[in-house]
Design a protein. Structure first.
Length: 227
């Protein structure tokens, strides 16, 4: 039986909103400040524990710390050049390409990670088939890949939030050439023989300077309808 967690709700809410106001898409990092191993493992753990459709966990996190590889990434990730040069940690989040209901990966995941009983696997797999077919996920390889990529953004969001909660800055990025970046990563042996493709990039570190203005967002009543 899991233990009941006692929390001060008001304090937690205040800390969370403060972190959300603190967080912004950092443009330039202080290259002299590094995130500790303990703090970055906490950020990675926030990604690992994230929810995903069917509990499939169709992601992998590449933490690119090698300066030589970072330099190689610059020509194919134009939106990340400054971050590659200055961020303490740079992450490429990969999406697993084939997470069909009958894929070797998902069947093995069901047995070895989710611990589903062997005699239930066929029934569960059939339920997954109906779900994926009903959502048009099985139409083609693109729809299947897009479904996996959507899950990676849940992990990304949790990692950004976890970082902000302890005063670490971050930048999510889509400014890269997918085909060329994947070709580079494949050449480096990082896509497991084509099992993955690049979904999104993220930099982490400490801002070089504060933003020139505070957080700007639409008011709540413009984005929420109570029905």
């Amino acid at each position: 039986m899991s233990k009941q967690i006692t929390i001060d709700k008001e304090q937690v809410k205040e800390q969370f909103i403060h972190a959300m106001n603190f967080r912004h898409a950092t443009k330039v990092y202080d290259k002299n400040r590094k995130i500790s191993d303990e703090d970055f493992n906490y950020i990675l753990e926030a990604g690992r524990l994230s929810p995903s459709s069917l509990g499939s966990e169709p992601w992998k996190f590449l933490v690119i710390q090698d300066p030589v590889l970072r330099k190689k990434l610059e020509p194919v990730a134009s939106g990340a050049v400054e971050k590659l040069k200055t961020a303490s940690h740079f992450v490429i989040i990969l999406a697993r390409k084939n997470v069909r209901y009958d894929s070797e990966y998902l069947l093995n995941h069901m047995k070895t990670v989710q611990y589903f009983p062997e005699d239930k696997l066929e029934t569960i797999s059939e339920q997954y088939k109906l779900f994926q077919k009903g959502k048009n996920i099985l139409d083609n390889s693109r729809t299947l890949n897009d479904w996996s990529a959507k899950q990676t953004y849940i992990a990304l969001g949790n990692m950004l939030t976890a970082a902000a909660m302890i005063g670490i800055d971050s930048t999510p990025m889509e400014g890269f050439q997918s085909e060329h970046l994947d070709a580079l990563l494949e050449k480096e042996g990082l896509l497991e023989n084509g099992s993955y493709s690049t979904s999104v990039l993220a930099a982490f570190g400490y801002r070089k300077e504060d933003p020139k203005r505070g957080k700007t967002r639409k008011p709540l009543d413009e984005i929420v309808d109570w029905i």
